[in-house]
Design a protein around this ligand. Structure first.
Ligand SMILES: [Zn+2]
Length: 1004
């Protein structure tokens, strides 16, 4: 037979595009449209409905950036449409390729009840099926003219990302606003042909099935009267019924489709817009659930549910009903889909506490799967936290975005730093926005790396990022692929149903140990420094507020601020969302975040001050030092307060003969040369030099930084090819503070001032940068005379190791990585810690010196970048950083110094020394939280972990009358399978595995 395959395929495309799809709406009449533009920020629904709109015509411009326009559409169903299905087709001027990234709308009835959302893939509103004819139609559309930030030429700097700079030029042109007859038979024919055409394209050209589909499609097209598609659609469908009815092969891949709308809690839109995005998407999804009995929809991020409850109670009540039916499924169990690299230990834990608690409180539902499809890499502390939260499964697909290495598994056990293993699935469909295209389904089946031993994968299905969700077309396509020869099978299921099957069929999956590093978006550890510093400071203040409020509550009857702490925690957790803390949102989001963090700090300081004052006794006599760190400091116990010890004398500043200065406190002698660079840091106890010979430390280095795409997210490896060392100083002189040296440098349009001091054997560097660069990367380098093939970087509840070399492509790809409070490198018996109060990005490299053949291990912290997308002014202005170099530090010293730098002492007038509420007698055991139980019982909750990677046996002692103790999960619920330690004289003995995390709850 002659090969006419391409001819038939081309025919299918043209007939579908030009004749069949247009026939879905065979007749239409225009609606009358009027509009009222809200002056400023969104208004309440009642105000939008009550406004007086003025007429607007199709084709007219509307919508200043970030504006809200209330459209009123009115019309009458023609009498001769009686018996037909009629829909309003409302096209606000959509670009069909950008659902969620442009204008959107929410349709209301005149009584203010929401109907459904409008987006380019969802422009219809059902008027009647069937109609009687003559019905009056009146609908209101709350339309958001959100500007397009990520356009066809992506990553171009734009001022549209902030209402304050976006201007007022209309962004859209009103398109179709009609009442139309909906011909369901034609619509079904479209779906039939799409499914078969897309499947056909994926099948081998020498296989019989492909040709059977081709011939069936050809017969169907032959049945179509191109001048009367509507009359002939049924006959065409009849030709396709046979090939649609042949079942899938027994070995076919099985896809669990989960209805989904990935909604970024903020990104290319501000937080307030996400509140409305959630309302639009959930309106559509509850409507779809009512129409489609097999459909299942899952929504993550308790914060978004909370927004819906607060702002759109009518939609919320529909969601509550669907949750009760088990078809609208709370998933993820976290407050938001957060970043997991940067959140500190407690914050990562609280993401689960607040997320799970919301679902439990509202629905009595506790989901066990963690849902993080889009997060930029996963810290190795996370498995233990997932388990401690009472969850057991993890889903992400983001690692498929890695630039270099292909992850070897799609279903596997992920092992964290403490040995906890979590059953993990990466959907092989490689997207969290599956649209049920044949190419996606075929890719999932082909791509699945666990074929032969496993058969199931999950496909998050629906438009996402900016919301939108699943469409009726996706549901219709899935129905045809339920059991279809040549295709993977598709079944709507909840995430839990998928995981239960996947786990059952794969009892011994492969194991991946350590972090799930994303080989992309590495610059998110640095971009938008103020947001990152706000996060770090908030985490520290929350620790202090809980500790001192709990102490004051137990000791002095202080009113523990449960509600305020709950609210503040949720604010901080929200800002750990995977486009806020990573610095990848528009300027508006980061500008607001800075203000929010300032308010958080003010409120937490007020709580801390109040608690400390209630403990401190007579403010007229004496002064106390409060130590919130988990280790004793200068004679003040951990978690206690004592009268002020005599200040230790600052190291003297000596002038150096050949220029520069020497700082020496008897423990550490630091030599600063005439350029302001640290050429020696000599550990006087160990009689050992820390700085590599001939390679000065405290060296600021600046690189050009223009990645190939994703400006705020990415730094590409070639940035290192070009570097400028900032060695010229405007000034090197003794600083104002005793014992300090001040170094001032100018470069480009920027200026940096550093103040160096030496105290207690540590070199303290405070760096202030007035940053006015474009597309540059600023690093602070410490070349150390240390030979090590790995280094430690703090993560949640411990630390993880990474190589200092680049033997393999996996190691080479980790050229920028995350630390929390420290990085640490050591030879046996002697190491160096570099501690930071606020930076997360760093790199570690090694070189061999020509002068003495020794190895230099260079630690560099990432201070600032200057990307221009999506915020064209990213990080311009003044920034302050603190870093502390600790020569001679063992890993335990690194842990301790990290806490000290992030939790400065507080001096409070008073004379009543405060004994700690909780004491631990082993410094390796670090207390990360002391608080009152969230249930208001007054119980004291203590969370601690082994911090050095070894074993620990410790006594945990209470400074109050404890009457009982229980081991609990993160939600403070007693663990059924845990043996409670014996409480004797208010203390318990515990033994911990490396990095093991324990939560104890003491009753009083
Ligand atoms: Zn996202």
């Amino acid at each position: 037979m002659h090969d006419d395959r391409q001819l038939v395929e081309a025919r299918l495309k043209r007939v579908l595009d030009e004749r069949i799809r247009p026939a879905v709406y065979p007749a239409s009449v225009p609606l009358d449209v009027a509009v009222w533009h809200a002056p400023g920020e969104p208004v309440p629904v009642a105000e939008g409905l009550a406004a007086s709109p003025t007429p607007i015509r199709v084709g007219d411009e509307w919508g200043a950036p970030w504006g809200t326009s209330w459209f009123t559409v009115t019309g009458t169903v023609p009498a001769d449409w009686a018996g037909r299905t009629v829909e309003a087709v409302l096209d606000l001027g959509f670009d069909e390729n950008m659902p969620g990234f442009q204008c959107e709308g929410l349709v209301y009835r005149p009584d203010g009840s929401p109907v459904k959302g409008l987006n380019p893939r969802n422009q219809w509103v059902r008027v009647g099926a069937p109609v009687e004819g003559g019905e009056e139609v009146r609908l209101h559309v709350e339309a958001a003219s959100n500007p397009v930030i990520l356009d066809y030429h992506p990553f171009l700097p734009t001022k549209l990302g902030d209402r304050e700079t976006a201007g007022s030029k209309p962004q859209y042109r009103l398109a179709r606003m009609d009442l139309a007859i909906f011909d369901e038979t034609v619509w079904q024919l479209v779906i039939d042909l799409e499914v078969l055409g897309e499947l056909m394209a994926e099948l081998p050209a020498d296989g019989a099935r492909r040709w059977e589909l081709l011939r069936a499609v050809e017969r169907a097209l032959d049945r179509i009267d191109l001048q009367d598609v509507n009359a002939t659609a049924a006959a065409a469908r009849a030709e396709l019924a046979g090939v649609l009815a042949t079942p899938a092969a027994p070995s076919a891949h099985r896809i669990s489709a989960v209805g989904h709308a990935h909604i970024d809690s903020a990104w290319l839109w501000p937080l307030r817009e996400t509140v409305r995005k959630v309302a639009r998407t959930t309106s559509n999804m509850t409507a779809l659930l009512e129409e489609e009995p097999e459909f299942v929809f899952a929504m993550s991020q308790a914060q978004q549910w909370a927004w819906l409850k607060e702002h759109r109670p009518e939609v919320w009540s529909r969601v509550v009903k669907a949750v009760a039916e088990g078809r609208f499924v709370p998933t993820g169990g976290m407050w938001v889909e957060s970043d997991t690299n940067m959140p500190g230990s407690e914050a990562m834990a609280r993401q689960f506490v607040h997320g799970k608690r919301f679902f439990l409180d509202e629905f009595g539902v506790e989901n066990q799967e963690v849902w993080l499809p889009d997060t930029f890499g996963f810290a190795a502390g996370l498995p233990q936290i997932i388990k401690a939260a009472g969850s057991k499964w993890l889903l992400t697909q983001k690692i498929s975005w890695s630039q270099v290495n292909t992850f070897p598994h799609h279903t596997f056990l992920w092992e964290g730093i403490d040995g906890t293993r979590i059953f993990t699935h990466f959907p092989p469909v490689d997207t969290y926005n599956c649209s049920m295209k044949g190419s996606e389904i075929a890719h999932a089946a082909r791509n699945f790396r666990d074929k032969g031993v496993a058969r199931h994968s999950l496909a998050p299905t629906g438009w996402g990022d900016g919301g939108g969700g699943t469409t009726r077309e996706m549901v219709a396509k899935a129905a045809r692929m339920r059991d279809l020869e040549g295709s993977a099978t598709v079944t709507w299921e909840t995430p839990a149903q998928f995981f239960a099957k996947a786990e059952a069929e794969y009892p011994a999956p492969p194991v991946w140990v350590g972090e799930l590093y994303l080989e992309l978006h590495r610059a998110t550890l640095t971009s938008q420094v103020r947001t990152k510093q706000g996060n770090r400071r908030s985490e520290s203040l929350l620790r202090e507020a809980e500790l001192w409020a709990a102490t004051a509550s137990v000791r002095a009857g202080f009113d523990y601020p449960h509600e305020r702490l709950d609210r503040i925690w949720k604010t901080v957790l929200l800002h750990q969302f995977h486009d806020i803390l990573p610095g990848s949102s528009i300027a508006w989001v980061h500008r607001e975040a800075e203000k929010t963090y300032a308010a958080v700090a003010a409120e937490l300081n007020e709580i801390i001050d109040g608690a400390q004052q209630s403990l401190a006794g007579d403010p007229a006599s004496g002064e106390l030092v409060f130590n919130a760190a988990p280790h004793a400091r200068n004679g003040v116990p951990a978690g206690g307060a004592a009268t002020v010890p005599a200040p230790s004398p600052a190291a003297a500043v000596r002038t150096r003969g050949e220029g520069g200065y020497v700082l020496d406190d008897g423990l550490l002698r630091v030599v600063i040369d005439g350029r302001g660079l640290v050429v020696s840091a000599y550990d006087l106890r160990a009689e050992r030099e820390a700085v590599a010979p001939g390679q000065p430390a405290n060296l600021l280095q600046i690189h050009p930084d223009f990645p190939n795409m994703w400006d705020a997210w990415d730094v590409d490896q070639f940035y290192r090819n070009t570097v400028t060392d900032l060695v010229d100083a405007d000034e090197v002189a003794p600083g104002e503070a005793p014992g300090s040296v001040r170094v001032v440098r100018s470069f480009g349009a920027s200026r940096v001032t550093q103040v160096l001091t030496v105290e207690a054997g540590r070199l303290d560097i405070r760096t202030e940068v007035d940053w006015h660069e474009t597309e540059k990367f600023l690093k602070l380098a410490f070349p150390l005379d240390v030979h090590a093939d790995r280094y430690a970087a703090e993560s949640q509840y411990g630390h993880a190791f990474r190589a200092t070399h680049t033997n393999t492509s996996w190691e080479a790809a980790k050229f920028e990585a995350c630390n929390h409070k420290f990085v640490h490198v050591e030879e046996p018996g002697w190491g160096v810690a570099l501690v930071t109060d606020s930076t997360y990005g760093h790199d570690v490299t090694r070189t061999v010196r020509a002068c003495d053949s020794g190895t230099t291990t260079t630690l560099r912290v990432s201070l600032l970048r200057a990307p221009r997308f999506p915020d064209p002014e990213t990080d311009q202005g003044l920034h302050r950083f603190r870093h502390v170099l600790v020569p001679g530090a063992a890993i335990g010293d690194a842990v301790r110094e990290g806490w000290f730098v992030n939790l400065p002492e507080r001096r409070v007038p008073g004379d009543a020394e405060v004994a700690p509420l909780v004491t631990v007698d082993d410094d390796a055991v670090v207390v990360t939280a002391v608080k009152l139980a969230d249930d208001g019982s007054g119980d004291v909750v203590v969370r601690f972990h082994e911090s050095r990677g070894g074993r620990a046996r410790a006594r945990v002692s209470t400074g109050f009358a404890a009457t009982g103790v229980a081991v609990t999960d993160l939600l403070e619920r007693p663990l059924a399978d845990a043996v409670a330690p014996e409480l004797a004289d208010g203390s318990v003995a515990v033994s911990l595995r490396p990095f093991e995390l324990v939560t104890l709850r003491f009753s009083r």
